[in-house]
Structure formats: structure tokens, C-alpha cells
Design a protein around this ligand. Structure first.
Ligand code: 4SX
Ligand code: FE2
Length: 357
């Protein structure tokens, strides 16, 4: 690229990391029981309409805002940017693409200052902010930690019909793809992309969208995830567990998926790998590889592929869905269809999944 080309490019905001999600819930008290009672997220602030929650190692005001509403939905995916000036850059960047934007110098939610929200080209409402209230970082407060302590916000996961388009959008905003799932026809089924030095800040999952697939919180270690399973069992809330625990192929993380009382999906995630070098190799998985989504080869439950949270626009209205035109992963690989493999080469040899070789 020549200098002339690079100066002609729109300046992009310097995104630090995924910072928080704002979600609408239909029963704030039930949601509180789940997020605070069962999962032990830390309450920064609460009222009869809203609940501001954070993880044990967080020093910004919150990682999750729950708002009481008529319908369950995701209201915003919020990213922290490096400086105050980056908020203006984000506003200009999306305005130049013809996207609707709204800037509020005193923020959209408590604890956050100057921020811009945008309706992005994929249909999601994104927020960019820098100014934020600092709160006590409870890292060393082991007197407060619980066995299943959620210590950081790790990532978002978005459902969008055209994953390749989602990748282009994210790359233009400065994200780098670390892993993806595709087939030999060039169909993209999913992609993971980062700003911070982990496998992702967000991922794009192919499907009818825009919808949000999940928000993921990190624990320090695998045993913390097992402790969450034990606690949910003890609370007779094992039906909150949707998938796992298990080991992902993609990202190598240990995982668990839960559904909150409104059906919003939460992932508990730990021990992925460092991705900070710009030349970190991208890992591409074949959609027919049985170990891509679960390293132990466990089948993924169908609801995990098909269900997700609807999103609302800047006015709070549901964003209509666009159907995915390309093949869906659930149709390609679920149900021991005989076209997936555990050992490379088995598929070519015509061995069926589960047959004795
Ligand atoms: O199911 S996958 O192994 O593809 C996967 C899903 C990997 C990392 C994630 O965070 C995720 O949600
Ligand atoms: Fe995830």
C-alpha cells in the first residue's frame, strides 16, 4: 500500500477491548437471582429498573447492564477505546458509512461518560466509550471470591447471515481474525476476531441475524467452571446448563454454556492462548472436523446452533432478521451424518462416523 492509499483511508478508533453488554430482561428479580445469586457477579449499582454487574478483576464500572423491559433483547455491545478522541473517530467512521449514530456526552448508562452508539451495517447496536468510573478491583479480595469466580469479561459472539461480510466489517475496524470454520467450497461458517491479546473480543457465527449468540465471562481455571456446574446442581438449576462443560477445538478454551431466565446465553470460558503478535497464525478448521467445536468430539446440542437473542436499535425496536442463504452448520454436521471425521483421511476413505473400521 502506498502512503497516498493509507492517508485516504478513513481513520478508525483504537479499540481496546470488549467492555460490557446491555441486555433487556423481562424479570429483573429473576435475572438477579441468576447473575448474582447463582453466578456471583459483583453488584456495582442497582435500582428497581437496572442492575450493573462486574467481574472480580474488573476496574471499570460494569461488564453487564441488565434493564427491566417488556421483551428480552440485547441493547448494545460496548467497546472501550484508547482515548477520548477515539470516541469522535468512531462517530465519524460510522457516519461516513451512512450509519445512524447517537452521541451522548454523559453516556447511555450509569458509570460511563462520553459515548457514541451506532447502528452498524450488520444491524447491531455498538457503543464506543473511553471515560468510565473506576471501581475497586477485587483481584486480591480472596475473602470475597467464590469457587466459581467470574474474573473477566472475555468476549461477545454475534450471529450474522454472511460471515465473510462480518469479517470484512470487523477487519476494517481493526480486528484481526484468529480462527475460523470453513469448508472446501469457501463457505465461512464462523470466525473469531480480536483487539486484545486473546483469541477474541467478538466472533461471528453464521445464521439468521442480527442476533447475539452469547456473552462470555472468564474464570481463572478449569476447576472454577466445574464448581459452577456443582453449584447449579445444588441449587436445582441444572436446567440452566445448555452445553458442556468441555474443551473447545477452536480457541482451545475450556467452556460451559448457560441460559439465563430469559434465554440469553452466557458462556463461562477459560485458558485460551496469547494472540498479541500481529503475525499470529490464523487457525482454520474444516466444518467436517468433529473436534472443531468440542475437542472431545461431543455433539453440539441443536439449540446452541439455532437459538440466540434478538437485538434492538437505538430506539429500542427489534431489528428484523435476515436469513442466512449459505449452508447452515447444523445442517452440514449435526446428527452423525457420515460426512464428518475424527481422523483426517477417514472421510475420503468413505468411513462413516461410528462405523467399525
Ligand atoms: O464451539 S467452538 O469450539 O467453535 C467455540 C465457541 C470456541 C470458542 C468460543 O468462545 C465459542 O463460543
Ligand atoms: Fe464463546
Amino acid at each position: 500500500m502506498t502512503n497516498a492509499d493509507s492517508t485516504a483511508q478513513a481513520q478508525i478508533p483504537d479499540i481496546l477491548r470488549c467492555a460490557y453488554m446491555e441486555i433487556h430482561v423481562t424479570d429483573l428479580a429473576a435475572a438477579r437471582d441468576f447473575y448474582v445469586g447463582a453466578l456471583g457477579l459483583v453488584v456495582t449499582k442497582e435500582s428497581s429498573e437496572a442492575l450493573y454487574l462486574r467481574t472480580f478483576e474488573e476496574f471499570i464500572h460494569h461488564n453487564l447492564v441488565l434493564k427491566q423491559a417488556q421483551h428480552a433483547a440485547v441493547a448494545a455491545l460496548a467497546y472501550r477505546v484508547r482515548s477520548a478522541a477515539d470516541v469522535a473517530l468512531a462517530e465519524a467512521y460510522f457516519k461516513a458509512q451512512g450509519c445512524r449514530t447517537e452521541r451522548r456526552s454523559d453516556g447511555f448508562v450509569d458509570g460511563v461518560g462520553d459515548a457514541v452508539r451506532v447502528e452498524d451495517p450488520l444491524g447491531f447496536t455498538l457503543e464506543f466509550f473511553h471515560e468510565v468510573e473506576h471501581v475497586e478491583r477485587l483481584t486480591w479480595r480472596y475473602d470475597l471470591h467464590i469457587p466459581g469466580a467470574l474474573v473477566r469479561l472475555d468476549h461477545f459472539n454475534q450471529i450474522t447471515p454472511d460471515v465473510a461480510r462480518g469479517i470484512s466489517f470487523a477487519e476494517a475496524l481493526g480486528f484481526r481474525v484468529t480462527e475460523d470454520i470453513c469448508d472446501d467450497q469457501g463457505v465461512q461458517y464462523a470466525a473469531w476476531m480480536c483487539r486484545k491479546s486473546t483469541v477474541h473480543d467478538t466472533a461471528m457465527t453464521g445464521g439468521d441475524g442480527p442476533r447475539v449468540h452469547h456473552i462470555a465471562f472468564a474464570t481463572h481455571e478449569k476447576h472454577n467452571i466445574l464448581a459452577i456446574c456443582d453449584k447449579l446442581g445444588a441449587l436445582r438449576q441444572s436446567d440452566a446448563i445448555e452445553r458442556g462443560p468441555g474443551r473447545h477445538g477452536v480457541s482451545n478454551a475450556f467452556y460451559l454454556y448457560l441460559r439465563d431466565p430469559d434465554g440469553h446465553r452466557i458462556e463461562i470460558y477459560t485458558q485460551d492462548y496469547y494472540t498479541g503478535d500481529p503475525d499470529t497464525p490464523r487457525v482454520s478448521w474444516d466444518v467436517h472436523d468433529n473436534q472443531r467445536r468440542d475437542w472431545w468430539g461431543n455433539a453440539v446440542v441443536p439449540s446452541w446452533y439455532t437459538e440466540g437473542s434478538r437485538v434492538v436499535d437505538l430506539d429500542g425496536n427489534l431489528v428484523p432478521l435476515t436469513q442466512r442463504e449459505q449452508p447452515k452448520e447444523i445442517d452440514v454436521t449435526v446428527g452423525a451424518d457420515g460426512f464428518s471425521y475424527t481422523r483426517k483421511g477417514d472421510r475420503e476413505k468413505g468411513y462413516k462416523l461410528g462405523s467399525s473400521l
